[in-house]
Unconditional design. Structure first.
Length: 377
C-alpha cells in the first residue's frame, strides 16, 4: 500500500508541477483600444485577433481587451505602449506626424490606391519590408509595428445640404489628416482636427458642420442623427495606422513561434477590418437613404475640384516629403507604394477580390519571410 500511495503522490506532485509550469509560462497581454465594441476595428479586427492568438498558441498567449478608451485615449496610446501601461494597443500614427514622419508621408500618398483591401496589403508590405526608416521611427518611439489596415475612401457627412461648391464654402469640417485637410481647403471649407471618437459630439454641439470620415461612422458612431447630406468625394484611402502596436519588452518576451503567430493574426485581422469597413460603409449608406438622408455622387463642379486636388497632391508629394515631413529621399517611397499598389491590385483581380485568398497570399509572400528572431528588436 505504501508503494501505491507513494506512486500516487508522485503522480499528483508531477501533475501539480506541470500545471504550475503551464500557468507560469502563460502570458496575458493587456491591450488598449479607444474604440467601442461595434466599431469595425474592434469587431472585425481586435476580437478575431485575440481569438486567433489564443487558439494558435493553445492558450499560452491571451489578449485582454480594454475598449472605449478605458485605459488610453487615441492620442495617448503610443506613449502608453512605450511606457508599458499596456502590452499592446491601437495607434493612429496620423496623430503623431512629427514622431513618425515617414509613415505620415506614406499617408500623404492617399491618392495612390483607393481600395482598402489592396492598400492594406501594399502599406503593410512597404513599411514592414521596404522602409527601414519607418521601422527605426517605431523603435525610437517604443512601438513595434505589426501591420496596417486602410479604410475605404472617406465621405463628407454634413448637417447642411450641399448642392454645389458654393454651399460648402466656409463650413467647418472634421478632417482626417493632411491629405484630407488639403481637399477641405480646396473646396473653400475649414478643416478641424477632431478624433473620430469625438466626431459625434463635435457635430451635435456645432463645433463642426460636417465630418470627413468613413461612411460606416453614420452607423457605428450614430452620425445619421445629425447628418442630412452625404457627399461621396472619393479622394483616397487613409493608411496611417499601427493596428496592433506592441511594447518592445512585451514583444521580446514572446517566443519566435509566438511572434510569428501574432504577425499572422495581425495580418489576418487587418484584412478583416478593411473588408469590414467596406461592408459597413455600404450598409450605412443604404440605411441612411432609408432614413431619408441624401447620399449623392459629387457634381461635375466638385469633380473638377477633385481632379485638380489629386493632380496637385501627386505633383507636390516630393516637396511635401522633403519640406513638410523632413524625409530626405521621398522618391523611392513614392515609387515603392505605386509598385506595391499595382502588385496587390493584380493579385486582388487574380483572386476575384476574395479576402481569404488575399490573407493567404500575404502570409506566403510577406509574413513568412520575416525573421521573427530579429524583427522588432
Amino acid at each position: 500500500m505504501s508503494i501505491i500511495r507513494t506512486a500516487c503522490s508522485a503522480l499528483i506532485a508531477a501533475g501539480l508541477v506541470a500545471g504550475m509550469s503551464a500557468a507560469a509560462s502563460a502570458k496575458e497581454l493587456k491591450a488598449s483600444v479607444h474604440l467601442p465594441p461595434k466599431n469595425n476595428t474592434v469587431a472585425d479586427g481586435w476580437e478575431p485577433f485575440a481569438e486567433q492568438v489564443k487558439a494558435a498558441t493553445a492558450g499560452e498567449v491571451t489578449v485582454k481587451l480594454f475598449l472605449g478608451g478605458s485605459l488610453l485615449g487615441p492620442k495617448a496610446a503610443s506613449e502608453g505602449i512605450r511606457d508599458g501601461v499596456v502590452d499592446l494597443g491601437y495607434v493612429i500614427v496620423g496623430y503623431h506626424p512629427a514622431e513618425f514622419p515617414h509613415t505620415a508621408f506614406i499617408n500623404d500618398m492617399a491618392a495612390i490606391g483607393t481600395n482598402a483591401v489592396i492598400v492594406t496589403a501594399a502599406t503593410t508590405e512597404l513599411i514592414m519590408t521596404q522602409c527601414e526608416p519607418c521601422l527605426v521611427e517605431y523603435k525610437q518611439r517604443g512601438n513595434v509595428y505589426t501591420g496596417t489596415y486602410a479604410v475605404p475612401p472617406m465621405v463628407i457627412m454634413s448637417t447642411k445640404m450641399i448642392d454645389s461648391p458654393d454651399d460648402i464654402k466656409g463650413l467647418k469640417i472634421r478632417s482626417a489628416g493632411a491629405a484630407w485637410d488639403n481637399f477641405v481647403n480646396a473646396v473653400g471649407a475649414t478643416p478641424v482636427n477632431v478624433p473620430s471618437s469625438e466626431q459625434y459630439e463635435a457635430m451635435s454641439r456645432g463645433v463642426v458642420d460636417a465630418s470627413f470620415h468613413v461612411a460606416a461612422s453614420l452607423k457605428t458612431y450614430g452620425l445619421w442623427d445629425m447628418t442630412k447630406d452625404v457627399l461621396l468625394v472619393n479622394v483616397g484611402a487613409y493608411r496611417a495606422i499601427n493596428t496592433f502596436a506592441f511594447n518592445p519588452d512585451s514583444w521580446s518576451d514572446l517566443t519566435d513561434d509566438q511572434r510569428r503567430i501574432v504577425l499572422e493574426a495581425a495580418s489576418d485581422a487587418n484584412f478583416g477590418i478593411a473588408a469590414g469597413y467596406i461592408r459597413t460603409d455600404n450598409e450605412a449608406l443604404k440605411e441612411s437613404q432609408d432614413k431619408g438622408i441624401r447620399v449623392q455622387e459629387i457634381s461635375d463642379a466638385f469633380k473638377a475640384i477633385r481632379a485638380d486636388y489629386v493632380a496637385n497632391e501627386k505633383k507636390g508629394l516630393i516637396t511635401k516629403g522633403k519640406e513638410t515631413r523632413g524625409v530626405a529621399n521621398p522618391e523611392p517611397l513614392i515609387e515603392q507604394m505605386s509598385a506595391l499598389v499595382d502588385k496587390w491590385t493584380a493579385i486582388y483581380e487574380e483572386v476575384g477580390g476574395d479576402v481569404d485568398a488575399m490573407r493567404a497570399r500575404f502570409k506566403t509572400d510577406v509574413i513568412s519571410k520575416i525573421d521573427v528572431s530579429t524583427y522588432g528588436k
